[in-house]
Design a protein around this ligand. Structure first.
Ligand code: SF4
Ligand code: SF4
Length: 450
């Protein structure tokens, strides 16, 4: 459905309303509704943001999308980030009912509703992963609540959240047997959902099953984890071999389904790379950060609609805006360099944690993402006390590792408090064997007898 048909269906479709959008969304930069709020003075010509055209509706989506998942708590700070993003051409905002302990949609709605509705595209999700929410009634309640929290009459991009976790049984329970997916398809026909898709993590059979049903459901887009490491090394450190992003992207491209990318820098791990990787990148583009390389690699793929970055600091937002304004696609040589770097990284024993915190809270108090972030940092900075035969300084490195670990993680949140209850396992979209990895960290902090 085009935006014009869609607005007409909602009774909002005056010619002037539609013409506000035109082809460049920035031409419609009218004053935000909240009184006292000063609109930007920027115009379309002030931004060089790269846009991708959405198949079907023809709307232009900024290639940099704003992942709202890690927003700061203070609404004023959220507003400031959103204002900067919109001023610089970002028009895609991604949230979900479960983010930030349930506050994220409301924060997103408060920030975006200060702008005219045709100024931004908002994506949210059916986050009914918890089995207590599988009934049609409970899920519908969550769906309806999203409209209230976001203060909208229609949702631009609606996703079945995190398909693949729990395998086919969870898909049937969450969406098929209860009639919820059929309901969401009808909501799209009615115009309350403009584009319907799903985000995928985990069991690739679920991904394949839903794409096999494309004739029936007509997916408008699909959200996948894609970055230069997961392109061919997605299975590293996971519970079972995940499908590589190359496979996922390839299937979607063949079907003509556009891709929304999550984790383009793998939860920040591709921004904090080991020194030797950083040096290889700087030798080619001295001014670019490792994160910029990651974003450029993703954005260079033509079937990407937008690339989500979870930005909670102004400096990250500014840097990402620079990277995408306009995006300079990677050359063939740069792609080859990143492929070689990915092969090198696949040899580093990092844990594929994106610090999303879906697994939290741990009932026993373990700071799961904090422990994994510390561990990964130790790997990339070569602080890890690995007992290699050549490592003369093993004891010294272990001392340093233990000291840094104790400083970074309070006693009650350390890996030693994990009792292997397994409650976090099904919540992790990265399929990480969390208790096993906690045991590895405990092992590293246990001093060996001489
Ligand atoms: S397995 Fe460990 S980390 Fe996971 S919920 Fe249980 S105690 Fe917490
Ligand atoms: S362990 Fe899994 S669920 Fe927990 S923060 Fe890391 S990636 Fe997210």
């Amino acid at each position: 459905m085009s935006r014009r048909q869609f607005l007409q269906q909602l009774g909002l479709g005056s010619a002037s309303a539609f013409s506000l959008m035109a082809l460049n969304p920035l031409q419609a930069f009218a004053s935000p509704a909240r009184s006292g709020f000063r609109p930007s003075t920027l115009t379309a010509s002030d931004t060089k943001m790269t846009y991708r055209r959405q198949n079907g509706s023809g709307e232009n989506i900024s290639l940099l999308g704003f992942g709202m998942m890690r927003l700061p708590r203070e609404q004023e700070e959220v507003d400031r980030l959103v204002d900067y993003a919109i001023e610089h051409g970002v028009n895609y905002f991604d949230t979900a009912p479960m983010y930030a302990g349930g506050r994220n949609e409301a924060q997103t709605g408060a920030a975006l509703s200060r702008y005219p509705r045709d100024k931004y595209y908002v994506a949210t999700k059916m986050s009914n992963q918890n089995q207590q929410l599988w009934s049609f009634e409970k899920s519908k309640e969550m769906y309806e609540n999203s409209f209230r929290q976001l203060r909208v009459e229609y949702i631009d991009y609606y996703l079945l959240h995190s398909i693949g976790g729990g395998g086919m049984d969870a898909l049937r329970g969450r969406f098929l047997d209860n009639g919820l997916l059929d309901f969401l398809v009808k909501e799209r026909e009615a115009g309350r959902i403009r584009h319907l898709g799903f985000s995928y993590h985990g069991d690739v059979r679920v991904f394949d099953y839903l794409l096999d049903q494309h004739e029936k459901y007509h997916w408008d887009f699909v959200q996948i984890q894609m970055n230069y490491l997961d392109w061919r090394h997605a299975g590293r450190g996971r519970r079972r071999g995940d499908a590589d992003a190359e496979y996922l992207y390839g299937r979607l491209e063949k079907l003509g389904i556009q891709v929304v990318v999550m984790e383009p820098i793998r939860g920040g791990s591709l921004a904090n790379v080991a020194d030797e990787v950083r040096q290889q990148l700087q030798a080619v583009r001295p001014d670019d950060s490792p994160a910029a390389w990651g974003f450029r690699w993703v954005g260079s793929h033509p079937n990407i609609l937008t690339t989500l970055s979870g930005m909670n600091k102004m400096e990250h937002l500014e840097e990402n805006v620079r990277t995408f304004s306009p995006l300079q696609p990677c050359t063939e040589e740069e792609n080859q360099l990143l492929a070689r770097i990915a092969d090198q990284m696949a040899g580093f024993p990092t844990i594929g944690c994106t610090t999303c915190a879906y697994c939290m809270p741990c009932p026993y108090g373990v700071d799961i993402p904090g422990n994994f972030a510390f561990y990964n940092e130790a790997v990339t900075s070569k602080m890890l006390p690995l007992p290699e035969p050549s490592a003369q300084d093993y004891a010294e490195r272990q001392e340093a590792f233990i000291k840094a670990y104790r400083e970074a993680i309070p006693a009650e949140k350390r890996a030693t408090t994990c009792i292997d209850c397994g409650q976090c396992l099904s919540k992790c979209p990265q399929q990480i064997r969390i208790p096993n990895q906690m045991s590895r960290i405990v092992e590293l902090t246990r001093k060996r007898r001489k």
